[in-house]
Design a protein around this ligand. Structure first.
Ligand code: ZN
Length: 622
């Protein structure tokens, strides 16, 4: 009995003003008597209702309860039927088992309109009820039919309908839509009545659909599932539009996904279709639109270019996070697109798909320049790679070709835009090496900060210390020319000058695949003969540490930190442990002071200086 009391209490709350307790149902009442009711239309209505719904007669307690409330007009016949259907054991009798499904619909139709339900109508209701709508909606619909009003008139009972339909019973087509969204996209299991009520209320209250679908697709089972792009597109389209997607439209969304666009982008595209808009109009809800916040979704051309590139080299799409990073970097600083591409294609997965260096080079040329390079272009690169130069370093060299800018223009990327220039730049330069014991220490100091320096190497030393030259190249440092055997150029002929420079350059080129672009004359000494024959820009210096003279790290540190200015070129020698000691201090100190450590070529590029062969540069101060 306790359980019945609780249920009854809930009904009492629903039917405001009506006093109803379980006690009423079981306590025998004095009036009206069972005998007197026999001839009364209201009593007949009660009997008939019991007969149709429960195939039984009401017991005295229940009969009296219904009779009193119906005849007094306390409740309508519709409410009575609703209460009976909602809680048959309590309201009809403890043994009552209601018919289900189709039979229940037939019984209700017979009861309320005295005729069976049309098959078409029946299947519509069965479909609704399988998608979150309750039977109360059926009772409500039947209660407004003229047949029912006639029946109620004959039996002298109130016919008015249910005034408190829950959100999920308010708009059955919307409920079905919501049920599918929750079941297929949000939860991956059948939605509950409470969930349907919640979401129907939101949409009826004016919340837009497209963002909700987007959210469901982002966080629901579709997001993490092993479904293919095609399956996801089909399911999301079906949920949004309520019909199957055409092959053509499916293809275009799959292509967008393959090009790196997000599922939110696809949801947004579907939300723009006329069919989706019509669906929302039919359901009387707001379509809304998806806010695309990821960088990749706002730049189709660029995103698809970078995605296709990455996919070509790795066999897989980049992760959303990586792709957003690449796209954002390219948009914010288009001048760095070479670095972005180099970084992207340096990912380990991009190294593994194409095992042969030659094939890698051919692919790079084909992708960026549209042709297969001949041996003269690739020979040095292949040697460099066989000596340990990384593919990304070689790639960054290949992308220096001006044809790259034209290629990027095809994808709407303006590479001629200058890079964002760091506020303070400085070029550390080291002469007279390489000398592995010291050069490696300097590289160790630079590497953690991604800092770059320039090494003016002496050609005849390169073979003995090639490992430090390879490593410096891979770290993005510049290997520059400091003659073949440290000859003072002002003392030799023009031809000899040329020989000194190109012997050194060739040695570096044949080791790394990258040719030196700048040189430094020994002792900083040059004359018109040197200028005319050197064939490269001549880089002197603006801060001389005299590290070779004092061999004192503190002296080097003081010289640099007391004198450094933006655009300076600082002279050191990677021959002395004391110089390496100083560099270990100076690199973090300069960075702390706001400097970006760059190579000579980078310094010139940032400063917009187009260096000329044979011209001397002491600094690149602004
Ligand atoms: Zn020197």
């Amino acid at each position: 009995m306790k359980k019945h009391k609780n249920i009854a209490a809930r009904f009492a709350m629903r039917l405001s003003g009506m006093i109803l307790t379980a006690a009423v149902l079981v306590t025998s009442c004095v009036i009206p008597s069972r005998a007197r009711a026999k001839t009364n239309p209201t009593a007949e209505f009660i009997d008939r209702t019991y007969e149709i719904l429960a195939s039984a007669k009401p017991d005295a307690g229940r009969f009296d309860f219904w009779y009193r409330n119906l005849s007094s007009g306390n409740i309508s016949a519709t409410s009575m039927i609703d209460m009976m259907i909602s809680s048959p054991q309590l309201m009809l009798g403890e043994e009552t088992r209601l018919p289900e499904g189709e039979q229940l619909l037939d019984s209700l139709s017979l009861l309320m309109t005295e005729k069976p339900m049309e098959p078409q109508q029946k299947s519509t209701y069965l479909d609704y009820m399988a998608h979150g709508v309750s039977v109360r909606r059926v009772i409500y619909d039947l209660s407004v039919m003229t047949e029912y009003i006639g029946v109620c008139g004959r039996y002298t009972v109130r016919h008015d309908g249910l005034s408190d339909l829950s959100p999920r019973d308010t708009n059955p087509d919307l409920t079905k839509y919501v049920y599918n969204m929750l079941t297929d996209l949000t939860y991956g299991r059948p939605a509950t009545s409470e969930e349907c009520d919640d979401w129907c209320a939101r949409f009826l209250g004016g919340q837009a659909v497209a963002p909700a679908i987007d959210d469901a697709a982002k966080t629901g089972p579709v997001a993490g599932s092993a479904m293919t792009d095609e399956e996801k597109v089909v399911l999301i389209y079906r949920t949004m539009v309520g019909q199957e997607i055409s092959a053509e439209e499916k293809g275009s969304y799959q292509e967008a996904l393959a090009n790196g666009m997000s599922m939110s982008y696809v949801v947004q595209k579907i939300s723009e279709t006329a069919l989706f808009q019509m669906k929302c109009t039919d359901l009387q809800i707001l379509a809304g639109s998806v806010e695309l916040t990821e960088p990749r979704d706002n730049n189709y051309e660029l995103t698809s270019f970078l995605t296709r590139l990455y996919t070509r080299f790795s066999g897989n799409r980049p992760t959303a996070e990586d792709l957003n990073g690449y796209v954002l970097q390219t948009i914010e600083d288009p001048g760095t697109v070479r670095e972005v591409i180099t970084q992207m294609l340096s990912a380990p997965e991009c190294q593994e798909l194409i095992p042969s260096d030659e094939e890698f080079l051919n692919t790079v040329y084909e992708v960026f320049y549209g042709y297969t390079p001949d041996n003269s272009k690739t020979k040095a690169y292949l040697i460099g790679m066989s000596n340990g130069i990384t593919r990304s370093r070689i790639l960054s060299e290949i992308l220096k070709d001006p044809a790259f800018d034209e290629k990027m223009a095809e994808y709407g990327i303006d590479t001629r835009v200058e890079k964002i220039v760091p506020e303070k730049l400085v070029a550390l330069t080291f002469d007279d090496g390489p000398y592995t014991p010291v050069t490696m220490r300097i590289l160790d100091a630079l590497e953690p900060y991604g800092a770059h320096a320039t090494f003016f190497v002496v050609g005849n030393r390169v073979g003995n210390y090639s490992e430090s030259v390879i490593r410096a190249t891979n770290l993005g440092c510049e290997i520059a020319d400091h003659t073949w055997n440290h000859t003072t150029l002002t003392k030799i002929s023009g031809d000899a000058v040329s020989q000194q420079i190109w012997d050194c350059a060739e040695t570096v080129y044949n080791l790394t695949g990258v040719c030196p672009r700048v040189m430094r004359p020994v002792g900083g000494s040059y004359n018109s003969t040197v200028s005319a024959n050197v064939g490269m820009p001549m880089i002197i210096w603006s801060v001389d540490t005299n590290d070779w003279k004092y061999r004192d790290s503190q002296h080097v540190i003081d010289e640099i930190m007391n004198n450094v200015r933006d655009g300076d070129i600082i002279l050191m020698h990677d021959l002395y442990e004391s110089t390496a000691d100083a560099v270990e201090y100076v690199v973090p100190a300069l960075i702390e002071a706001g400097y970006t450590l760059v190579t000579i070529s980078e310094l010139a590029e940032y400063k917009g200086i187009d260096m000329e062969n044979g011209k001397a540069y002491f600094s690149m101060r602004g």
